[in-house]
Design a protein. Structure first.
Length: 280
């Protein structure tokens, strides 16, 4: 199986800097695993890596699609798998859990063609008759439509049991950080982002429907719905909540090796373990 390195962790944990240093040492290429950095124009607010920060390391799927271009987790999955096939030593770096896992494991997505859905009760009846073993939240219309779509295409959702089956030999690094330290880092970084023009960037995108942490709160400020200090507090609170969910998700779903993001020996520890993984 092809060997793949993943570096994940909360925003502000140091994934970017560590990944570049490791990639330079190992002759690797980096695939973006952040669902926001995929888009053009979302630069400051996504803390997107800059050309200078790349330090000569080849990066993929950064500013990959236009902001108004449809791009789903399925598109990402296909793009990443193609890249893994042709990169000698691929690194995936980012915190978007479903995006990362769907690319590396045997996730199957339903075809997203346009079909006419009957009413909810009719769909439930079809699902129960056709796929009685399926476990589904009958109070969630999107789940019902998804299961119904699968049946329309001649499959059963209950047969899709391989999403935890890896397609590659994966070494997953999770960078862990004390929450109090993380919060201080995020506050400092947000101030720096605002100095760099985060508010102006958001203003230039005001007509886009950006339900993204940071952009959403700054847009509220620009629309006069709140003051800047309140917007900043809301960004930090939302980011900390997201970081908590990220950690739970990665620990439970992908069983990473957890590293102390603040260890003075972090680079050497990771380099040693990755070299053993690659057998070099």
């Amino acid at each position: 199986m092809k060997k793949v390195i993943c570096i994940v962790g909360p925003t502000g944990s140091g994934k970017t800097a560590l990944s570049v240093k490791l990639a330079k040492s190992l002759g690797a290429e980096i695939i973006n695993g952040d669902s926001v950095s995929i888009y053009k124009k979302l630069d400051i607010g996504s803390a997107k890596i800059t050309p200078d920060e790349m330090d000569g390391v080849k990066h993929h799927l950064i500013s990959h699609v236009a902001l108004d271009e449809p791009y789903t987790v399925y598109n990402f999955q296909q793009d990443v798998r193609r890249l893994i096939d042709r990169i000698d030593r691929p690194f995936i770096v980012g915190g978007s859990g479903l995006y990362v896992k769907s690319s590396l494991y045997n996730y199957e997505f339903e075809q997203q063609d346009n079909i006419e859905f009957p009413n909810i009760n009719e769909m439930i009846e079809v699902i129960r008759k056709t796929d009685p073993d399926v476990e589904i939240d009958l109070n969630n219309p999107r789940r019902i439509e998804s299961a119904y779509r699968t049946i329309i295409h001649g499959q059963k959702r209950s047969d899709k049991i391989r999403k935890n089956e890896p397609l590659y030999d994966i070494y997953l690094i999770y960078l862990d950080l004390d929450r109090n330290i993380l919060k201080k880092r995020l506050e400092t970084r947000l101030d720096l982002m605002i100095e760099k023009g985060f508010i102006e960037e958001t203003k230039s995108l005001i007509n886009y429907d950006l339900n993204i942490i940071g952009y959403r709160e700054i847009k509220e400020y620009l629309n006069g719905m709140t003051d800047l200090d309140t917007a900043k507090e809301k960004i930090i609170t939302a980011t900390m909540r997201f970081a908590k969910r990220q950690k739970t998700w990665f620990i439970n779903q992908m069983k990473p090796k957890v590293y102390n993001a603040l260890s003075p020996d972090l680079l050497d520890e990771c380099l040693k373990d990755i070299k053993e993984f690659f057998g070099v």
